[in-house]
Every structure is written in C-alpha cells, then in structure tokens.
Design a protein around this ligand. Structure first.
Ligand code: ADP
Length: 253
C-alpha cells in the first residue's frame, strides 16, 4: 500500500492544501520497473545511431554549391526536422531513465531569465507562426541550469501549442514573488478538468478529456517537475476547461 500526495500551491506559490491517495501498487510498481528498465536500455541504444544520422544530415545541409535538385533539398530539410523531433523524444526518455537512477546533474550559472525566454521564444515563433507575448521584469537574474530551465519552458510552450485548439496566442510572464522568480506560460486552449489537475505532473499521466487525438508519452511535465524540484523551486498550474491553462514555475532568487 502506498500513500501518495502532492502540495497544491496558490498563485503566490504558498502551499495551501495536499492532494493525495492511497493504493495497492504491487503490480503497478512491477510494471513501472519493467517499463523503466526498457526505457533505459532502448533510449541508450537509440541515441548513438541517431546522433550519427543527425551529424550526417547536418553535413549534407552545410555543403556549399549543393549538387542537389530542389526536391533533394526539401527531403534533406524534412529529414533534419524529423531527426530533431526524434532526438527530443529520445532525450526525454534518457532524462527519464537518469531521473529514475537519480542522475540528473545540474550545471548552474547566473543568467538573465527574460533574455533566456526571449531567445527560446524567437526559435519557437520562427518554427510555429505563433503569437508569443513576453512581458514582465526584464532585469531578473537566476542561478540555475540554463539548459534545463530552457527545457521546461520549451515543454510548457510545446504543450500550449499542442493543446491550444485554434488559439494561436501564448503569454509568457516573468515576475519576482517574495524570495522567488516566477515564470508563467498562459495558453487559451482546451484547459484541464479540475479532477485531472493534481495528476498532470505525474509520470505517464495523460488526461482523458482530450481523448487519444494527441500523441505523447505523458513524460514531459513529470520531467519538468523533477528539474524544478532539483532547483529547490516550485511548479504548478491553474486551468479552466474551455478557457485555457497557466503553467508556472518558481526558482529561488
Ligand atoms: P504528453 O503531452 O506527452 O501527454 P505531458 O506530461 O506534457 O505529456 O502532459 C501531461 C498531460 O497534461 C497531457 O496529456 C494533457 O492531458 C495535459 N496537458 C498538459 N499541458 C496542457 C495544456 N497546455 N492544456 C491542456 N492540457 C494539458
């Protein structure tokens, strides 16, 4: 029997209640252990050939005076994008197995969070024709692992795009809240039912209300929450069905 609970935070980051449950998890634990072992082996095995294909395609892309037709160029560019997606997926799996083995190491330095968000957003804007509005305090600096924090932001934004219905707008805000620096990513999409909210950061969790129309492994938000926990920060979401969701995280100043 396992008791499982998570603190829930209000919008100022104060824990105001615990949500949890107890369950007999013997079979579930065994199944998860097997899944973890499989993920670990599969992701390690996939990483090496994938890295080599990626390098080859990038080389092809870099050749000047290309002896290719337009069709060749298009095919190379499409392959490049697909490989990039596969690399991201394999990285998720690798991150997952590292977390299972408690091997998530941070490389921290001091950086301006607004500038970091600006550069992550310009990349996403370029790829997706979205209106991403960045606002808030431009001067805030954090001591954190920039690559990992970027990963969290990109995950939030990718979900906002994926579950955003027809809405093409995303608002990102930075602010200082007490001893923390808060980053919020707000979308105007499907929203999440109240009953699902306590579980969205759980491993493999996917809310039912969206049906099976979206691909995914249910790992992204779990990885985000592990990264933020490792920084001694907080993570949460406010959401209303039909109106949209605001995913946020806080890092210590
Ligand atoms: P995945 O997207 O692969 O399912 P995630 O861990 O990123 O995994 O998200 C878990 C679940 O949370 C999703 O399956 C979805 O049901 C819900 N979710 C996440 N982000 C949003 C969002 N911006 N709007 C609505 N639902 C969301």
């Amino acid at each position: 029997i396992q008791a499982h609970g998570r603190p829930r935070y209000d919008e100022n980051g104060n824990a105001n209640r615990m949500v949890g449950m107890t369950a007999d998890i013997t079979d579930k634990k065994l199944a998860e252990q097997r899944k973890d072992d499989f993920l670990s082996v599969a992701s390690h095995e996939l990483k090496t050939p994938l890295t080599s294909v990626k390098a080859s395609i990038q080389l092809l892309n870099r050749i000047k005076d290309r002896p290719y037709s337009e069709t060749h160029v298009k095919l190379i560019e499409q392959s490049d994008k697909s490989i990039e997606k596969m690399c991201m997926l394999v990285d998720d799996l690798l991150n997952m197995s590292r977390m299972g083995q408690d091997q998530l190491n941070l490389e921290c330095n001091t950086f301006n969070i607004y500038e970091m968000l600006n550069s992550s957003c310009s990349h996403i804007r370029f790829l997706n024709e979205y209106e991403i509005i960045l606002s808030g305090d431009k001067t805030l600096e954090v001591f954190a692992d920039q690559h990992r924090i970027d990963q969290v932001v990109v995950n939030f934004v990718n979900n906002a795009i994926k579950y955003g219905k027809d809405s093409k707008r995303i608002n990102i805000e930075t602010e200082a809240v007490g001893e923390f620096i808060k980053v919020s990513v707000k979308d105007f999409g499907q929203g999440i039912p109240e009953s699902a909210i306590p579980f969205v950061f759980d491993r493999y969790y996917r809310a039912d209300h969206l049906g099976k129309s979206y691909s995914g492994l249910g790992l992204g938000l779990f990885i985000c929450s592990e990264i933020i926990k490792k920084h001694s920060g907080k993570i949460g979401v406010e959401s209303k069905i039909g109106e949209g969701s605001t995913f946020w995280f806080m890092l210590p100043k």
